[in-house]
Design a protein around this ligand. Structure first.
Ligand code: SD4
Length: 329
């Protein structure tokens, strides 16, 4: 279908050096196989905590539920897990010991909502959805976001767990800021869903970079950076160093590349390529992208090895290592 048009688009991409050479195909076979098998409904999400989040999302999708409900409720289970130290309750605090959360959600009609620098609330993704559905705004931040959450029935919770305090105090001894995102392998959760009706949605939620400066907000609550959905084309989300993702408008770029004819895998590879081109110093600069197109094809790519994502379809439930461009030293 449209093969000449597709060929022209792809040729244009190649001559514009959009195609990324020399990518290390860690799991190219698995990705290719997945691409061929993927059918709607489908859910994909970042890191190994995505496996249990996908289960919740899948239960919704397989029963004919909406992509939006699946994307919200799927990531909530990770937000509510105190043992997960990068999302929701139990998240690592900022430099001063305060836990602040960022999240956003988007549907196939470009409805979207976000919260940034939200404290004391366990499920920021649900507050983000309320911002989307009950206000004329897209994003609420800080005290205003908290006030809105409380007014809408969310309860104040202590998000700082004993384990997070213990690690933070350990960090304070040296106070050295060294993000090395995929070493612990349990970071931000971004989720992309496609329901039986063919509608796309996405969610992204995080406690952000551990020991960040107070007030710092990353890419995760920013529509177009940490997450972007275009119901006519596809969806993308990001994990990793948020500053780098914001700099290239990461998730929106990936969706735009898909609109221009790139597969989700090519689009993610090109997103990673742009991160690499824009940063002279790649020291510890891990970024991973996930993408899902309207037909249920998936892509995943990262700067460094070790980024994996969880996929759940009617015949597949597994964790897959993304394509990457660099090995850790
Ligand atoms: C941030 N992008 O706050 C988030 C952190 C993250 O995997 O994704 N870690 O910059």
């Amino acid at each position: 279908m449209g093969s000449r048009r597709d060929f022209i688009k792809l040729s244009a991409m190649a001559t514009g050096s959009l195609m990324v050479p020399n990518i290390l195909h860690a799991n190219h076979r698995a990705l290719t196989k997945t691409n061929n098998l993927a059918k709607k409904p489908i859910v994909i999400s970042t890191w190994n905590h995505g496996l249990k989040a996908n289960k919740v999302a899948w239960d919704i999708l397989k029963n004919g539920g909406s992509a939006l409900d699946a994307a919200e409720l799927g990531v909530r289970i990770v937000e509510s897990d105190p043992n997960n130290m990068s999302v929701g309750i139990g998240g690592r605090p900022d430099r001063d010991g305060t836990v602040s959360l960022d999240a956003c959600i988007m549907d196939h009609q470009s409805n979207c909502g976000a919260v940034a620098y939200l404290q004391h609330i366990e499920n920021p993704i649900s507050v983000a959805r309320k911002v989307m559905e009950k206000t004329p705004h897209v994003m609420l931040a800080g005290d205003g976001a908290l006030q809105f959450a409380l007014e809408n029935g969310f309860k104040k919770t202590n998000l700082l767990t004993k384990e997070a305090v213990r690690e933070w105090k350990e960090w304070l001894k040296q106070s050295e800021y060294k993000p090395k995102i995929n070493v612990e392998n349990h970071d931000t959760i971004g989720m992309l869903t496609l329901d039986a009706e063919g509608n796309l949605a996405g969610s992204c939620t995080t406690s952000g970079m551990a020991y960040k400066l107070p007030g710092r907000v990353g890419d995760s609550p920013i529509i177009g950076a940490g997450l972007f959905v275009d119901g006519d084309v596809g969806a993308a989300c990001a994990t990793g160093v948020g500053e780098a993702v914001i700099r290239i408008a990461g998730s929106s770029i990936i969706v735009e590349l898909m609109r221009s004819g790139a597969t989700p895998q090519e689009a993610c590879d090109e997103g990673v390529n742009r991160i690499i081109k824009k940063h002279k110093n790649l020291n510890n600069l891990q970024v991973g992208f996930l993408a899902l197109d309207k037909a249920g094809n998936v892509g995943a790519s990262s700067v460094f090895a070790g980024f994996d994502y969880a996929i759940h379809t009617s015949n597949k439930e597994e964790l897959i290592e993304a394509t990457f461009q660099k090995q850790w030293e």
